[in-house]
Design a protein around this ligand. Structure first.
Ligand SMILES: [Zn+2]
Length: 201
């Protein structure tokens, strides 16, 4: 099995965390920062495996205070419903880390991560999971890069996750089955599926 950590629709037989507002399959309840000024659709969160994508975007979307209010509202829900959170973060790392201090529980996954290797290390040390698409793969992956707390995603890409895992494996100098195995375990840890060793499961 392969795991697609973030997409808006399923593209293959892979286990896919689909962000949206329909609780079909393995779904994540989306409240995108770009839509933070819109009223929130009310749903039964029990049917969702996670919350997000939600977060902060300094480049696009409504004013910062509106985005922060919506993000914190989602984090309150995540805490109350005990759900992991998929985060969209664009140029708002300082704010994100500040908010994390007030919401220290729940697993957080930064989706579409394409920051520096130093930022990747800092975030993983603080317990964040990172999901990489093609841009993140190009920027970060090379032989010796640890896959601890790393996942891969298709998001808006048209190709299936299996192809993206092949690309990642080639960069890492690993067999694709190894990358698949490790990221499957990371997927389960992030979503608290069949595991109890993560502190927030
Ligand atoms: Zn997305």
């Amino acid at each position: 099995m392969a795991s697609d950590f973030h997409s808006h629709r399923r593209k293959s037989a892979a286990r896919t965390l689909v962000s949206g507002t329909e609780p079909d399959g393995l779904a994540s309840f989306q409240a995108h920062p770009w839509d933070a000024a819109e009223p929130l659709t009310t749903v039964d969160l029990a049917a969702f495996a996670a919350i997000g994508e939600t977060g902060l975007d300094k480049v696009k979307g409504p004013a910062s205070d509106i985005q922060i209010r919506r993000f914190e509202e989602m984090l309150e829900l995540a805490r109350r419903e005990n759900k992991s959170v998929v985060i969209h973060c664009v140029r708002a790392w300082a704010e994100l880390l500040e908010i994390r201090k007030r919401f220290p529980t729940q697993n957080w996954l930064i989706h579409g991560f394409r920051g520096s290797p130093e930022l990747a290390e800092q975030l993983r040390k603080q317990g964040f999971f990172l999901s990489l698409g093609m841009a993140g793969i190009e920027k970060l992956l090379k032989k010796g890069f640890s896959l601890e707390r790393i996942g891969f995603e298709t998001d808006e890409e048209d190709r299936p996750i299996e192809e993206i895992l092949q690309t990642a494996a080639a960069k890492l100098g690993l067999h694709v089955s190894e990358v698949e195995y490790i990221t499957d375990r990371n997927f389960e840890e992030f979503l608290c599926l069949n595991v109890s060793r993560e502190p927030f499961c």
